[in-house]
Design a binder for this molecule. Structure first.
Ligand SMILES: Cc1ncc(COP(=O)(O)O)c(C=O)c1O
Length: 455
């Protein structure tokens, strides 16, 4: 294939794509006229036809510092030229990985002491699960194997992480989930129903974890894994204010590790460096990816508490933590992460995320006048608008109405590209957006929803 294809050749590209490329969540029906992205600058992204859009989801929730950052290209180039790869397996290390571990120690929850780097979020989930089980086995509790997760959680697409994922679509076509995964109802303030009147809904939702623990037996459970704000599966669900404190109480009481999946929420997306800070809670394991490099190089990882680190260090050599990826602590990925974190700090992007998120949430409130807008929610620059057929019953539109698709088309016509999960419009623009750009996003979203669903 020639690399000199001209505009008129898009159909040729699409043909080749259809024949030879498999995509995440693949389906050929999406390839009648797909977007072929070619370049980006700031919050904007441009397709093969030369049309430019606001990147309303920061790529795939990850391009925090915006597109086209020379500092990140330079950091990658410099490291590629100096040392593109060296193993980080036991007995070896590299300079950017050491510096990144030291940098993260200063940014993350105070109880988190040590880090293992992966390539993304799915393998970070697998690593968390394996580490939690290893920890209990090393503590002579090998029967603590089960992982409890949320029905609306998304944790990745490897066999392990898809088993933790609560959204059924990710397992249905592939045979059952692995054994030892248990799912509980999500703390979705908009839809959670409880008959309890003695406690707030946040506590009632958290108590479902205690119920599951008592049902399954605490001595069979290794960990509870949860996203602080449920993103890809839930459609940006911000839990009630008292949810996570109660979750921490329950996990501590029953000796169950708390794994915070911060693949979307880490590194400032919600207006704090890590999202459980909003509720004054520390996890035992925290996992991250996406925003650590703003997507300029694949990198993820987990951070573990001092207590877990001590156990990992205490086993004898033949019984060590037999876990490892060739590309763990990749020198280029870790160098890019360091440059990316420098930008996040120097440009005060975590604080900006809080400020701009608040502004965008306020601007969107006018949509409450639309009788099909069920809920407008968000934390930092992670927001969603849930559209419903009936505001009183909260009934969703039938899939056949194609409301989500129509809204997405209207957004595109007005110059905003983002993800619409069913009828939930998700927004997570780069943290580098200006106030004017945030206003523009609000204008486009309001006009698009009001066009498809007249008030
Ligand atoms: C919360 C969460 N965990 C894990 C993953 C999986 O990450 P990856 O796609 O990098 O494997 C994602 C991806 O969107 C995610 O949102």
């Amino acid at each position: 294939m020639s690399t000199q294809l001209t505009q008129t050749d898009k159909s040729v590209l699409v043909d080749i794509d259809r024949q030879h490329l498999i995509h995440p969540q693949h389906h050929p029906s999406e390839y009648d006229d797909p977007q072929i992205w070619v370049e980006g600058k700031g919050i904007y992204i441009t397709n093969y036809e030369g049309n430019t859009y606001i990147d309303g989801l920061s790529g795939m929730w990850n391009v925090y510092v915006g597109h086209g950052r020379k500092e990140l290209a330079d950091a990658a180039t410099k490291q590629l030229q100096r040392l593109a790869f060296a193993t980080a397996y036991a007995g070896s290390s590299n300079l950017p990985a050491i510096e990144l571990a030291e940098t993260l120690k200063e940014l993350i929850y105070p109880n988190i002491e040590a880090f293992y780097f992966t390539l993304g979020g799915s393998d970070a989930t697998d690593t968390s699960i394996r580490t939690a089980r290893f920890y209990w086995k090393a503590k002579r509790k090998p029967e603590k194997l089960k992982i409890i997760a949320s029905k609306l959680g998304y944790h990745g697409s490897s066999v392990g992480s898809a088993s933790a994922t609560g959204v059924d679509e990710f397992s249905e076509g592939f045979g059952p989930r692995l054994p030892n995964f248990v799912h509980i109802e999500s703390a979705n303030p908009y839809r959670f129903k409880t008959t309890r009147t003695d406690v707030n809904p946040g506590v009632a939702a958290a108590d479902l974890l205690e119920e599951a623990i008592l049902r399954e037996g605490a001595d069979t459970i290794a960990a509870f894994i949860i996203e602080p704000v449920q993103g890809g599966g839930g459609g940006i669900i911000v839990p009630p204010a008292d949810y996570f404190q109660r979750i921490r109480e329950i996990t501590t009481k029953y000796n169950i590790l708390l794994i915070s999946d911060e693949v979307i929420t880490g590194f400032g997306r919600t207006g704090k460096w890590f999202a459980l800070e909003h509720w004054g809670v520390q996890p035992d394991i925290v996992q991250f990816a996406k925003g650590i490099t703003s997507g300029y190089f694949p990198l993820g990882g987990i951070g573990i508490s001092g207590e877990i680190k001590n156990v990992l260090d205490s086993v004898d050599s033949p019984h060590r933590w037999w876990h490892g990826y060739t590309y763990s602590a990749h020198p280029v990925g870790t160098a890019v992460a360091l440059a990316n974190i420098r930008i996040l700090k120097e440009e005060h992007l975590v604080e900006r995320s809080a400020l701009l998120g608040k502004k965008l949430l306020e601007r969107l409130q006018v949509l409450n006048e639309n009788k099909y807008v069920g809920e407008i929610r968000g934390l930092g620059l992670l927001l969603a608008i849930e559209l419903v057929a009936d505001k009183v019953t909260k009934e969703s539109f039938p899939v056949s109405a194609g409301i989500g698709t129509q809204v997405r088309q209207q957004l595109l016509r007005r110059g905003l590209c983002t993800r619409v999960l069913g009828e939930i419009v998700c927004l997570a623009p780069p943290l580098t957006a200006t106030e004017e750009e945030i206003d523009k996003i609000a204008d486009i979203v309001i006009a698009s929803i009001n066009t498809v669903l007249s008030k």
